[in-house]
Design a protein around this ligand. Structure first.
Ligand SMILES: *Cc1c(COP(=O)(O)O)cnc(C)c1O
Length: 527
């Protein structure tokens, strides 16, 4: 990439600004990654975006995925040495993925391409970022210490409703100077999801089931984060600071930008599109991280025309894109067949609006205040026009989602997970002439119960028949594999019933119980 020579002169000069303009001076990449959230409560975005030509992008296809990722990070001019970036990317995207291409593309027809983002260790797309961020988090902390900052070690605490917890455990296990504790609602996650978490290996990991639902779990963790006396105790007794690995960290977003750049190069190299030809990208959207990454890829130079935003019955984003009003004042939270998209407050939308307003922090502050106070905000006409120029949106209900899984299996002999099925349907409804790249965010075997419902014509939420209901998640997947002749269940999901359960603690959902459990984990770590 032609930027590499200029870069040496300006090494680390690309700094990160705050979407709410709180007055903190811009920070380098390393600091943005370690801080997570900007001081004023806003999100970090880079001052400058690189710009790549179609030739630059297409040339990436000659490199292995890890080197493509390194090239993109270098183009972003991050303040870590090239060699470090290359080494970390080798670790992030290697044999921990079960496909050499890391995120291969399967084409269902000439113009419909499925980007499989689930070949990592936990079989869901969060691996694409969480196999990468932890290495950059540790390297960033080390770099800041070398520059004289007195940083402690870190403990990542994550409340999870399913997928994020396991992806974070796998990402942070064995990473120096960081430990990770994950809390999930007892009885509130699937058999597969629970087993994935409680069988995690490694010394720096811990998992607790919490009495209560996901909200209780998350509230407890949030209170722990804001308990200053506890923070001081951790710092004094263990030299530890708490940190979160959530999807607003720029270090989770940048790996996602990489795969949109890389997959365009891949489509050209495979002769599926012409260099320079425009494509649309359709993304099953929750927190808006994945689709925002596609927007950044477009800004940087990938010939993307429209970004198609797919929602499930929690359709706040679809309504926003169609009306310009983001309104959760009278919106119920609905449990759907695509639980990782069940979300009301979509935190990465803040970055998107910051960009579409021409980086107007005053507008963002106002809208976020409105959202906080009135549970609703409305963007101005000019911003709404910018939204409409880039995005179109559709929501897909549970029954349609399940019907799509069956239909795509019948028509294309390809098995979609429910999240991808939502995106596939939205893409059919929204697409024009352009080829569409559909982001596939989970392997079907992560959501076997709903795949079973789809294949057997059961309604959403309908109880499984007794013979299927008595199976473990792994056994149910085996049954589906036999019925569909899809024997591609990833090893990490296939073997769960035989793996040792390492974590069986159940704790109360009080902040005291969480703090005590976390401290005792740290004591155990130092011994
Ligand atoms: C997290 C997740 C999503 C939503 O992605 P966002 O970046 O939050 O929009 C979609 N599908 C699956 C399977 C996920 O785990």
């Amino acid at each position: 990439m032609s930027h590499s020579t200029d870069r040496i002169a300006s090494f680390g000069e690309n700094r990160y600004i705050d979407t709410r303009g709180a007055g903190e001076s811009p920070v380098p990449f390393t600091q943005a990654v370690v801080n997570g959230l900007a001081q004023g409560g806003g999100l970090y975005v880079p001052q400058e975006l690189p710009s790549l030509t179609v030739e630059d992008i297409v040339a990436l296809a000659a490199l292995p995925y890890a080197q493509r990722a390194a090239a993109v990070y270098k183009a972003f001019n991050i303040d870590l040495p090239d060699e470090t970036i290359e080494q970390l990317m080798e670790r992030a995207y290697g044999t921990n993925f079960d496909d050499e291409a890391i995120c291969p593309i399967t084409s269902l027809d000439e113009n419909t391409h499925i980007l499989e983002l689930w070949h990592g260790p936990t079989s869901a797309f969060k691996d694409m970022a969480l196999q990468c961020l932890p290495h950059f988090f540790a390297a960033s902390a080390a770099a800041l210490r070398e520059r004289g900052e007195a940083l402690p070690s870190f403990m990542i605490l994550v409340a999870t409703s399913g997928d994020t917890g396991k992806a974070a455990l796998e990402g942070f296990k064995g990473v120096d100077g960081v430990s990770i504790g994950v809390l999930f609602p007892d009885g509130g996650v699937s058999d597969i999801q629970r087993k994935q978490m409680v069988t995690t290996t490694g010394d720096n990991v811990q998992v607790w089931a919490v009495r209560g639902n996901f909200d209780d779990c998350q509230t407890g963790v949030k209170k722990t984060f804001s308990d200053e006396a506890y923070a001081q105790t951790l710092r004094e007794d263990y030299d530890i600071a708490l940190s979160s690995a959530n999807s607003i960290n720029w270090g989770r977003l940048l790996p996602q930008v990489v795969y949109y750049i890389s997959s365009y190069a891949e489509l050209v190299a495979q002769g599926k599109i012409e260099a320079g030809q425009e494509i649309d990208v359709c993304v099953p959207t929750g927190n808006f991280g994945n689709i925002l990454a596609a927007w950044y890829a477009k800004q940087i130079g990938v010939p993307i025309d429209m970004l198609l935003c797919a929602s499930n019955d929690n359709r706040v984003l679809t309504d926003f894109i169609n009306t310009g009003t983001y309104d959760i004042s009278d919106r119920e939270f609905i449990l759907t067949a695509s639980p990782s998209m069940d979300i009301l407050v979509s935190s990465n939308l803040e970055r998107q609006l910051f960009e579409l307003t021409g980086r107007n922090a005053d507008a963002i502050r106002q809208w976020m205040a409105d959202l906080n106070e009135k549970k609703c905000f409305r963007v101005d006409e000019e911003t709404f026009r910018a939204v409409r120029e880039n995005f179109s949106a559709d929501s897909v209900d549970n029954a349609t989602c399940l019907a799509t899984i069956k239909q795509v299996l019948d028509e294309h002999n390809y098995l979609l997970d429910p999240h991808t099925a939502v995106a596939y349907t939205a893409a059919q409804n929204l697409r024009g002439e352009n080829p569409v790249l559909v982001a596939s965010t989970a392997h079907w075997a992560k959501f076997g119960d709903n795949v079973y419902r789809a294949l057997h014509g059961l309604a959403p939420h309908e109880p499984l028949p007794a013979d299927a209901a008595s199976l473990t998640g792994c056994q149910l997947n085996e049954l589906i594999a036999t019925e569909t002749d899809k024997h591609d269940i990833p090893a990490g999901l296939a073997n769960l019933d035989t793996m040792e359960v390492r974590f069986s603690d159940v704790i109360d959902n009080s902040v005291e119980a969480i703090e005590k459990a976390a401290a005792s984990f740290l004591t155990q770590q130092t011994n």
